[in-house]
Design a protein. Structure first.
Length: 101
């Protein structure tokens, strides 16, 4: 694939992620939108890496770091969602008036 095609796919993924994060009220759907945006960033970074310097592992290292951040973000996010569900029985954002306990 060409660099332009990969960047178009990354932009489409990012756009879908932004729409999903901003239009949904469910915590899980907001998290999925954020994950799509991070996946688009990884795809763009790897596409640039493959085009510019395929001999150096810097692009691969960046992708691994971003995937690690995604895993930590997902774990912390779902832990927070589970805690909010246990305490307030809220599964959408409108049920939360304030985040103080």
């Amino acid at each position: 694939m060409t660099l332009e095609a990969l960047l178009v796919i990354a932009a489409a993924l990012f756009g879908i992620g932004v729409y999903g994060a901003l239009s949904q009220q469910s915590f899980v759907m907001i998290m999925m939108g954020l994950e799509l945006m991070l996946n688009a960033a990884i795809l763009a970074a790897v596409a640039f890496w493959a085009r510019s310097g395929a001999g150096t592992p810097k692009g691969q290292l960046l992708a691994v770091v971003v995937m690690t951040v995604m895993a930590v973000e997902a774990a912390v996010g779902f832990a927070l969602i589970t805690n909010i569900w246990r305490i307030r029985k809220a599964d959408i954002t409108e049920k939360l008036k304030a985040l103080r306990g």
